[in-house]
Design a protein. Structure first.
Length: 179
């Protein structure tokens, strides 16, 4: 309340000070809740990572930023996934799932359950040294191939990937400028 001389009373100043402090506390609490929600979303629901290498060229290029959905449980053929192999994070395309038969012949032709797979992949699927085909993919595993089939590391090198090592399905990518 204002006095006649134009100054505020001590009680009025105290009320304004408490109201200002309450406002800052409410703002701080809201910011903390927003930060907690973002932290949960970015660590438990979504995965954001940068593509390293040319394993998925030309669909995904070196340096592209990938956004994956971690809660995906129903992976399908042709889904681009992020998975772990040891300590390394890799990106690849699912070629076959548990129970499917996969075969790669000497000409670079990929067959899944006897059907030739082309799917717009520009590079032949080279057979790796010592690989035995046809191979049945065990349940709870997927066979992951890179799009740059002649120069990538994928299930031909490390075998079918356990479903537990799949970190998420890529739902979006942000291309680096100038490439």
């Amino acid at each position: 309340m204002m006095k006649r001389d134009g100054t505020e009373s001590p009680q009025s100043l105290e009320r304004r000070r408490k109201k200002l402090i309450r406002g800052y506390l409410q703002l701080s609490l809201r910011l903390l809740v927003i930060a907690a929600v973002l932290l949960i979303l970015l660590t438990q629901v979504f995965l954001i990572c940068r593509m390293k290498g040319l394993d998925m060229y030309p669909a995904v290029r070196d340096g592209d930023l990938l956004v994956a959905f971690r809660l995906q449980k129903d992976y399908r053929k042709n889904d681009i996934v992020i998975y772990r192999h040891g300590e390394e994070r890799r990106v690849g395309r699912i070629a076959a799932a548990g129970g499917d038969w996969i075969e790669i012949d000497e000409t670079g032709t990929l067959r899944v359950n006897g059907t030739v797979q082309s799917d717009g992949i520009f590079y032949p699927t080279e057979k790796r040294e010592g690989a035995e085909y046809p191979e049945q993919i065990p349940e709870d595993r997927v066979y992951v191939l890179g799009d740059y089939r002649t120069g990538c590391r994928d299930s031909r090198d490390c075998g079918p990937v356990p479903s537990a090592e799949l970190e998420g399905k890529v739902i979006s990518l942000f291309r680096r400028r100038g490439l």
